[in-house]
Design a binder for this molecule. Structure first.
Ligand SMILES: [Zn+2]
Length: 357
């Protein structure tokens, strides 16, 4: 009786302890999931694909008095930018920022669209006030390249534009966004350029405080590590579908869905800019242009139907957007912020529309 009672007590204590351990284990796992999940989601959001940015609560959404700015980038030197997009820009007096791949120029039989711009085209763009910037020699993946290769791609493309167009490009664009988070690559870029741009997020922040709140645009922190957002990591976005969920990677958009996305993204700046004070600029990048109003847009392809482009540019014009060039941005060595170089004034009465904050 005594023995079996003791046994029952022993078993009860064992059961109590094991269930307590099980409960603690489950609680620990649950707490682990609870606290690690938001961090994981943030990591994912920054780590892959297009970064989603929500309007802030303290902004001035729908404030029609605020000046809207945008930069229009054109990458990879396809001929269609010159023949299809440039006339639409000209119609509204807007200037583009053309990022040239040196060895693509004059290579009419290479590339997806089988035709590229000539040096004559690029010289015409330059003479007519468009911005010519650098996008490497061969559009190769910059990660895992030798120092010699990096110098060829990064410094060589600057020299190439000096030789063929007589201009000194100050902004570099990473090919397919490769190399922007690689200290070796950024070190070479920093020797030859003031700024560099990469994908893929809705806004570039002049104080580099939009994403991980770096709060200045210095490329390396005190430990010598690359910062997330800096003068050589200025964020742009491509004219492609930007699904908000990872599982929507295979979606396709039509022209009207693309237009709605465009309107949403170009107006995000409203909640970060106050009246004439500019903190955030959308930089949109286009690639190939086609004539196909039934085109389906995919997240990993960059063809823009010319009627969509026309509607987008007309929207910018009708809504008072000021189109800046990439070369309008500079780097202030004393406060380590990006800034807009010239005062942007109203065409009619010359009053200042934009100031740096
Ligand atoms: Zn490119």
């Amino acid at each position: 009786m005594f023995n079996s009672g003791l046994e029952i007590l022993r078993v009860t204590i064992k059961l109590f302890i094991s269930s307590l351990l099980l409960t603690l284990g489950l609680l620990f796992n649950w707490l682990n999931v609870l606290f690690s999940l938001p961090a994981f989601l943030v990591q994912e959001a920054y780590g892959s694909g297009h970064i989603i940015l929500q309007p802030t609560n303290n902004g001035n959404n729908n404030n029609n008095n605020s000046t809207k700015v945008i930069i229009l980038g054109f990458d990879d030197s396809p001929k269609s930018q010159f023949t299809l997009a440039k006339p639409i820009l000209d119609k509204y007096g807007f200037k583009g920022s053309f990022f040239t791949v040196c060895n693509y120029v004059n290579k009419g039989t290479e590339g997806r669209d089988k035709t590229r711009m000539t040096w004559q085209d690029i010289n015409t763009l330059e003479e007519e006030g468009d911005d010519i910037e650098s996008h490497t020699m061969t559009h190769t993946d910059l990660d895992m390249k030798s120092q010699q290769n990096l110098t060829y791609e990064i410094a060589g493309s600057k020299q190439c534009l000096l030789d063929h167009v007589g201009i000194n490009p100050t902004t570099f664009a990473y090919p397919a966004s490769t190399g922007h988070s690689n200290a070796t690559v950024v070190n070479v870029v920093s020797k030859y350029y003031d700024l560099a741009r990469t994908g893929d997020a809705p806004l570039a922040f002049l104080h580099c405080n939009g994403y991980k709140k770096e709060n200045n645009c210095v490329p390396f922190n005190k430990k010598g590590e690359l910062t997330y957002e800096n003068r050589y990591d200025i964020r742009n976005w491509s004219d492609r579908p930007h699904p908000e969920q990872q599982e929507d990677e295979n979606i396709s958009y039509d022209n009207s869905q693309m237009f709605n996305q465009f309107v949403k993204e170009v107006n995000l700046e409203d909640s970060y800019n106050n009246n004439t004070c500019i903190n955030a600029i959308p930089i949109i990048v286009y690639h190939d242009f086609i004539v196909d109003s039934n085109h389906r847009y995919l997240p990993d392809q960059s063809y823009t139907d010319v009627s969509l482009f026309s509607a987008e540019i007309r929207y910018l014009h009708d809504n008072g957007f000021k189109v800046l060039k990439m070369s309008d941005l500079g780097y202030n060595q004393s406060n380590n912020y990006l800034y807009i170089k010239e005062p942007i004034t109203d065409n009619d009465d010359n009053t200042a529309l934009i100031k740096n904050c």
